[in-house]
Ligand binder design. Structure first.
Ligand code: 8OZ
Length: 368
């Protein structure tokens, strides 16, 4: 073995060092990103097909299951799974059992879409809820196809304790369903992110205005969830720069530095950060992720457009502890093996990402 090969081996090995993520022992640094696939069954209940899909991907160091609504009002797209009904808990049990039977680890992403919804998806056709009554310039897919999201109503201050309680209950349900933990979805312009960023949050009460007030809901939800299931089984996802869902902030660096500093004392299992525009430009503007990370001592997961070389570099240098792959994991059920062997990757088929059946879901081939 020449020196070049030796150093290459040492670096790719960085992705295959085990790591403790709170209470979870991950055998490698390769995470499956939460991916909305719109293939839940009737009642937004996970199915056998969903179980097969996740079990195929059990070689991930950690699977973060797709965004899952914590209550009926938290749904924003058709056929996304929930974690609020007994049938949904039973459906997810099949998924977690299938993943565990293959030796994998899986956490559930807890989701409330806030204003990114449509009256046709809401109980009694009501307006979706949001920090402020500002309609997003964004689309969603409903029974009739692709439509503008609806005008939301602002949550009353008196409704917020019940909202936090809904996250807590959903986390408890996820553990009952056999998940190894939960991830609080605080990214991509959904409800908690709508509270964080000042384009979507114009409140004048304790949850709006200053950075202290805008990070309050994030903190309270993380605190309640961590108390319920254990901080060592709680992670959170943040996306400081994404404009997905028509969100932005006048000072993202100050906001997200403080967001991390504020939740750091909770000692959550991991923080998961989307760098740049979700699924797009990694550097829409300068941002110092190391500064954001500084107050937090736990596992740092980076995401967005990473390829093999970038992932090795990020983990070997210590910039990230783990790397989350979305589209690549969707198209390659055995992604960790392919990364280790530097094997070619299957090509993703965009047309089958959202909705449909087994096609483009469970039929991507593994090697051999
Ligand atoms: C794509 C389509 C629908 C939802 C996210 C939950 O971006 C999503 C999502 C992505 O976090």
């Amino acid at each position: 073995m020449n020196a070049h090969t030796a150093s290459q081996d040492a670096t790719v090995d960085a992705l295959f060092q085990p790591i403790r993520v709170g209470s979870i022992e991950a055998p490698n640094r390769i995470v499956m990103s939460p991916l909305t696939r719109n293939r839940a069954g009737k009642g937004n209940v996970p199915t056998e097909l969903n179980a097969t899909y996740y079990a195929q991907r059990a070689s991930a160091g950690l699977i973060i299951a797709e965004a899952t609504q914590i209550c009926p009002e938290g749904q924003g797209y058709i056929a996304t799974p929930g974690i609020h009904s007994p049938e949904q808990i039973a459906g997810w049990k099949r998924v977690t059992e299938a993943v565990h039977a293959k030796g994998g680890r899986i956490v559930l992403q807890l989701w409330h879409v806030g204003r990114i919804s449509h009256t046709s998806l809401q109980p009694n056709g009501a307006a979706p809820v949001a920090p402020s009554a500002i309609q997003a310039k964004a689309k969603t897919f409903v029974a009739d196809g692709f439509v503008d999201v609806s005008m939301p109503r602002a949550l009353e201050l008196s409704e917020i304790p019940a909202l936090v309680e809904t996250y807590r209950k959903a986390a408890a349900n996820a553990i009952e369903a056999g998940f190894d933990g939960v991830e609080v979805h605080s990214a991509n312009g959904y409800l908690i992110d709508q509270f964080l960023r000042d384009k979507s949050n114009k409140r004048t009460d304790a949850y709006g205005g200053s950075i202290e007030n805008r990070t309050r809901l994030l903190f309270e939800v993380c605190e309640a969830v961590a108390k319920e299931v254990g901080a060592d089984r709680t992670g959170v996802r943040l996306s400081p720069l994404t404009s997905f869902g028509d969100v932005s902030d006048s000072d993202p660096q100050a906001l997200f530095n403080r967001a991390v500093e504020r939740i750091a004392p909770l000692n959550l299992a991991y923080i998961h950060v989307i760098e740049g525009e979700t699924g797009g430009d990694r550097e829409p503007q300068p941002f110092d992720y190391a500064a954001m990370r500084k107050p937090y001592k736990g596992v740092w997961i980076s995401n967005n457009g990473y390829d093999r070389a970038m992932a090795i570099d990020a983990v070997a240098s210590g910039r990230a502890d783990m790397i989350a792959f979305g589209v690549k994991f969707l198209a390659n059920p055995d992604l960790p093996r392919r990364l280790r062997e530097d094997a070619p990757l299957n090509k993703p088929d965009q047309s089958t990402f959202y909705g449909g059946d087994a096609r483009g879901y469970t039929d991507y081939p593994a090697l051999d």
